[in-house]
Write a protein that binds this ligand. Sequence first.
Ligand code: ARG
Length: 592
Amino acid sequence: MFVHYKELWKQRIADAINALLAENGLPETAAASSVVAEIPPQSGMGDLGFPMFAYAKLLRKAPPQIAQAALEKLAAFSGGATAFPGAAKVMGPYVNVFLDRAETVRELLKESDPEEKGGFGKPDTLKGARIMLEFSSPNTNKPLHLGHLRNDILGESMSRILAACGADVRKVCIINDRGVHICKSMLAYQTYGEGKTPESERVKSDHFVGKWYVQFNQMSKEDPGAEEKAQDMLRKWEAGDEEVTALWKKMNEWAVTGMKETYKRTGVSFDAYYFESKTYLLGKDEIARGLEKGVFYKADDGAVMIDLSAEGLGEKALLRKDGTSIYITQDIGTAIFRHEDWAFDRLIYVVGSEQQRHFKTLFSILDKLGYEWAKNLCHLSYGMVNLPEGKMKSREGTVVDADDLLDSLKEMALQEIKEKEREETVGNPDEIAEKVALGALHYYLLQVSAAKDMLFNPKESLSFNGNTGPYLQYMGARISSMLRKAALKDGAAARAAARPEMLSGDAEWEVVKTLFDYNSAIAAAAEKMDSSLLAAYLYSLSKAFSRFYHDCPILNADNPDLATARLALSEAALFVLKDALNLVGIPFLDVM
Ligand code: ARG
């Protein structure tokens, strides 16, 4: 089991506090979880700092005195052999700990085994939890855009992070493939399409469909009856009209096939797809039941409503007066269907912040319908993402298309490889450029916390120095190339032979401590449902390694033992880097 020295010391401090409480005839309330471990602001102040303020009231003593008393207790315990030895000192109101560096490094090298599955171990904070994540969830009238790219990587990375914590994760996507907007592209194609196909026009099939949606906007300017015709088509679709159904099938097939190509390209995948066309009727049934139960009511005009004013959500229609369903109708049905399909402990919807009210309403309705799992539904909401040049506008057809953006990022990366004359070194410039593009995109999108609106700056994202994906990839490539040069045949043997006391310098120590933090970084990202914490972790690891690499000669170290020790540390760092990159969807490159 991989144990963080921080946890162990937290426990020791808790034991010391408990002993003090007992001495004063007080109940032992200071469980390890109430002890806070801080990182001292300066390196000369040790590796961990434990503030004593919280116990002042109980013990009726000033924090510095408590720190002194706790220290005495610690000294009294330290008879038996324990892991992570270190010296504790009183520093004002704190107990600070100076770890024995060599012993801590020894523990790291012993516990980390890159060859063995799990390597540094993984937090098991979510062991056995069944978590369903819904993300991407496109409409079939137009291709994926920049907003989807943010959504996709938020969903994909969060799935990987939760799974790394031991959760049983199911990634799902709902394809919103029905409704009047879908009929609009269909209508435009039916009117002007002349039997053209994606093949005949040599366009990616979802882009082909998207073009007709844009065309509809044009059409509706010229033909005031166009909207009505689209509504008419929807009614025919709902009635199962053969011709409309055939057209719908064909165009949806094009849309979905094209989107799946983009998912494949970005490394996004799903365990199940749900289709609104298949679940929206379930929603209608549920509305009928809710009406019987008295959860809903019929308005004068015949629409089915719910009153959520007590929840601050006002009154909400669930079925139109003509009986057709609304966006929320199908979500009610889909959620119930999903829970029957795969009984989740938690369902997370990754959807834009403009739908916050929608999800509050949905969760509240499911709760009122008596589904006890409704309290385990959550909305992972994220902000808008724009290009610096201007806003994304979908209706006008000036949307930032996902594929086009990926293409231009790739082109820019390729240009850079050519300019640096690295085509031969990298072997396959095309493949490398694609991976650099993805690394740049995903890191840039994830490093900002989800809730914030953001600008995606393509040029900045691709920069090799700075807080970027390519910088992290470059770090991986540099370590890999060094390890290749060293031709370390037996990593495990090298780690066993490495003499930990040789890795006690400040630069090495920083890398060691950062490696210890990996597990807690994953656990924190999962707990807060915030992948940006892992992105930040990656950056701190790269910075620490970069300093080590710069300050300490590795292959040219003064003696072979030192070289071996530093190589062993580099290998451990590479293992964590690779593993963490995968969790945030950044392709690892061993050359670039
Ligand atoms: N397709 C919807 C849209 O583009 C998003 C679907 C979100 N998921 C959901 N279960 N409602 O706005």
